[in-house]
Design a protein around this ligand. Structure first.
Ligand SMILES: Cc1ncc(COP(=O)(O)O)c(C=O)c1O
Length: 293
């Protein structure tokens, strides 16, 4: 396992290592995180957007794309909130083996699932084909800047070399503090506590949206730290975002994360850092922004 400065640094290191191995064409989820896609492109890779549906990444389209790697968020897809189905997991691993390709698994949001058991990582199915990437940003604090990579064995030393010649070393004090926190069982206690808090905040948000804005359609599973709410046809996402911003409501839109054009916009509403009362007040403001958009 290589410890580094969060997922953001991990993805740069993994892409640089893949490029050195001669692989430059990588499939990314569409929709998928816009900043992460840009980071992948800055590493010199060419991204190939592959659509996501209710079962996650469309593996048939991936197979036709001539990609040599694929980056995905299987536990809780960003931003749609769907989970990669067991059939697709198997198909992805078959694809990687047949094409001598590699998967980059962003195990994003895996710890926060509110109405179902956690799902296993794809890395467990094919450790020789998967770079597993994790981060303390969602579980504990994004400012910690701690992330980790479990690479396929053949990439361990190329990756260690990449660290040596770029970041040189990941700060140790934070790692020691984090290891102590885990060792004393504090991370487990924190996660158990926060699952209840986040679940209540999510329920509050969904109930408030259903009451105040019934025309929105909530998507994705009950997991993670944000809700995706689809806008009805004909409602302009940009106008809603601007009207919300004027009321000091910070929500983001699906549009910025899409490569292909979409008929419907959607709002991405984070709830982790807002109290239940704040969420209810925020939805009231959002409803009035909506009326004026
Ligand atoms: C899809 C996705 N993956 C991973 C991360 C974690 O990134 P980092 O560890 O660099 O904070 C984020 C954070 O926003 C994210 O949105």
């Amino acid at each position: 396992m290589v410890v580094c400065g969060g997922f953001a640094q991990a993805i740069g290191l993994v892409c640089a290592t893949l490029v050195r191995s001669g692989r430059t064409r990588i499939a990314v989820e569409d929709p998928g995180h816009a900043t992460i896609r840009a980071a992948v492109e800055r590493s010199g890779m060419t991204t190939v957007p592959v659509p996501v549906d209710g079962d996650g990444l469309d593996v048939d389209t991936l197979a036709r794309s001539a990609s040599e790697a694929a980056l995905l968020t299987p536990a809780h897809q960003f931003p749609t909130g769907v989970v990669l189905s067991p059939e697709r997991r198997g198909a992805l691993v078959d694809w990687a083996r047949e094409r001598d390709a590699f998967l980059i698994e962003d195990d994003y949001d895996a710890e926060f699932r509110y109405d179902r058991a956690p799902v296993g990582a794809i890395q467990g199915l094919a450790p020789d084909r998967v770079f597993y990437l994790g981060s303390a940003s969602k579980t504990l604090a994004p400012t910690l800047r701690i992330g980790w990579i479990v690479p396929p064995r053949e990439f361990t030393w190329p990756l260690v070399e990449e660290v040596l010649y770029t970041v040189f070393a990941t700060p140790h004090l934070e790692q020691l503090a984090f290891a102590d926190f885990i060792g004393r069982g504090e991370l487990d206690r924190h996660l158990r506590r926060m699952r209840l808090v986040y679940r209540r905040r999510r329920d509050t948000l969904v109930r408030a949206l259903e009451r105040a804005l019934p025309e929105l359609e909530i998507g994705g599973i009950a997991a993670g730290l944000h809700v995706i709410a689809s806008l009805p046809a004909g409602i302009d996402e940009r106008r809603v975002l601007d009207a919300a911003f004027e009321r000091r409501i910070s929500v983001s839109g699906l549009g910025e994360h899409c490569a292909a054009a979409r008929s419907h916009g959607a709002l991405l509403i984070g709830y982790a850092a807002t109290s239940e009362a704040g969420i209810r007040a925020g939805v009231r403001e959002l409803a009035s922004a909506f009326a004026n958009a």
